[in-house]
Design a binder for this molecule. Structure first.
Ligand SMILES: O=C(O)CCC(=O)C(=O)O
Ligand SMILES: [Fe+2]
Length: 332
């Protein structure tokens, strides 16, 4: 049943029909859950098709995201990202800039040629005490922004719960084991815009998003058809994770790797120029990442079955919220 979405340099990322987990026979459900778990254990990445979030919903979110990024700099900065604890709002280009250049003149040239490499907008749970979302003013094109995003947030939250159920079934533990760890929805919806950029810029080593791993349990990643996402293979090469229409890329984060006692992998990835040249300028790229986390209040300790004796536990337990804030503090 398993087809490869990506197969190169020792990296096999499976393409999995999620409807078979949700609506299939018991045998299909088990087989699908095992394929999902295996994908996370080997590649750290999977592609899902036939997810419960419709194509129309996804398209509408991308259109709405593009409208947000069209606002003036001033309007966007009115919603500026403030602190790792809040982790909500707009991050202007450069805030998270990763560059491999060391020569100041070269860096300046790149900056002049491509001042905008990436901008993002983070949306959190809309009912977290003390941390309101930074909603843009709803006028003109932005009318309906909040309801579009909160609706999508809730659908992604439900998909997180379902994917965690698949992992539990794959592991052979209680199918709802993770439910009480992920029911709050302490997740982050991140809209991303990588502006059009001259081809020359990439020749200097610049990238659209530097290499990193994600922090939480899993990330649901929706990408447009531009391409440029790359995943590090076991041999250390970056391999194109090509866009496949109507799929969602799902990758495991560092906290899930830790929670699974390193039986699941949190794999390094980045965004570079698209693999196919399209003239002198690479058109903009849009993506939408939904970063899932265990409930911030929960204590995360090795999942039953991921160790036999206490001595095999690689990490001490940790509070989920503290872990995330620690990681975000290092990035911004
Ligand atoms: O834009 C993408 O495709 C990937 C973004 C990403 O990896 C991230 O924001 O963590
Ligand atoms: Fe990422």
């Amino acid at each position: 049943m398993e087809k490869a979405a990506v197969q190169q340099d020792g990296l096999l990322i499976p393409l999995i029909d999620f409807s078979k987990f949700q609506h299939g026979t018991e045998a299909q459900k088990l087989e699908t859950a095992q394929a999902i778990l295996k994908g996370f254990q080997t590649a750290g990445f999977i592609y899902l098709k036939n997810i419960p979030i419709t194509r129309e919903t996804r398209a509408h979110v991308f259109e709405t995201s593009a409208k947000l990024f069209k606002l003036s700099h001033q309007e966007k900065m009115a919603c500026a990202w403030t602190t790792p604890e809040a982790n909500r709002g707009y991050s202007e280009p450069g805030r998270e800039k990763v560059s491999l250049l060391t020569d100041a003149n070269e860096v300046e040239k790149v900056r002049a040629a491509a001042p905008d490499i990436k901008e993002s907008f983070e949306i959190g749970r809309d009912d977290e005490p003390g941390h309101p979302n930074q909603w843009p003013a709803e006028r003109g094109d932005l009318i309906g922004f909040k309801s579009t995003m909160t609706d999508f947030f809730d659908q992604c939250k439900a998909l997180h719960v379902e994917v965690m159920r698949a992992i539990a079934v794959g592991m052979g533990i209680e199918p709802r084991f993770f439910d009480s760890y992920v029911d709050v929805g302490d997740n982050t919806l991140r809209l991303l815009h990588y502006p059009a950029v001259s081809k020359e810029v990439f020749k200097t080593g610049q990238v659209r998003a530097g290499e990193h791993s994600d922090y939480g349990s899993i990330t649901l990643l929706f990408q447009d058809q531009r391409g440029g996402l790359q995943v590090k293979s076991p041999n250390g090469q970056f391999v194109d994770a090509r866009p496949i229409e109507d799929t969602c890329v799902v990758n495991a984060g560092d906290l899930l790797a830790r929670w699974s006692n390193d039986t699941i992998k949190s794999t390094i990835h980045r965004v570079v120029e698209p693999p196919h040249a399209e003239g002198e300028v690479h058109p903009p790229r849009y993506s939408v990442a939904y970063f899932c986390n265990p409930n911030f209040k929960n204590h995360i300790e090795a999942i039953p079955g991921s160790y036999v004796t206490e001595a095999e536990k690689k990490y001490p337990g940790i509070n989920s919220g503290d872990y995330l804030v620690q990681r975000l503090t290092a990035t911004y």
